[in-house]
Design a protein. Sequence first.
Length: 277
Amino acid sequence: MSLRNTPPVKIYGDMRIRAFRVVWICEELGLPWELEHVWPWSDKIYSLNPLGKVPVIIDGDAQIYESAAILNYLAEKYQDAAGLHLVPKPGTKERALYDQFLMVIFLDIEALGLWTHRKFIDLALYSSNSDLMNDLQYIHIPEAASPAKVTFERSLKILAEELKKHKFLLGDNFTALDIHLLRDLEWADALDWLTGNPDESVLRRYYDDVRIVPYEWTSSEHGLCLRLQAAEPDVNKRLGCRWVLGSKRFHQRSNPQRCPLVKRCRLQRVPNSMLCV
């Protein structure tokens, strides 16, 4: 059953951070979506989420924040119609394992690892010079970097053991867990936290199999070198292109002939970006 005629899910956030997870699962489901670029801690996002964080979605009369809750909601609501199995059914052993690993990703890998580094190293320096974050004055604590990385590595090893046994985190089938973990691995890779990890080869095999595959236009004939942002749907519409994201499986089943310029594109690794092909 196609969901293409379903009213689009309205997504508020930024494609370079967690809103990308929401867009990715919408594409996996074949679910229409619209993105409004909104920064965290802005007046607009505070009107939608009292925590001031992104992403937030509106789907009919449902208004939901926190990316884990959003992905679970969208998958559980639409996956049967899409013929997919992105989140296991409640009350099953598979769902218990899903929730277990989801907590490891969000609490240990992300909150105590990556996000601790982000708060006390990166955002601490940024917030002192930003009106946008003047009510979130993080304290610069360089000493936080080391324990954050230790927590990240200890928790990631648990998941790496699963990836030694299976292609994906929950077995041989791709699930929403892989969307969450892949974005965190990209974040960790940007910090150079994967290099030298005892399980680096396992993690990079998984990372390469499932990661987002970005593209960039490089057409001298059209004078076009276009890195699309989600806030520019008019450009996307004008070119007759579609957003391409998600895993390699998604790319393999997409139709590149939809875009007349696709033959003049080249694959290029661009971390934390969303490009159009």
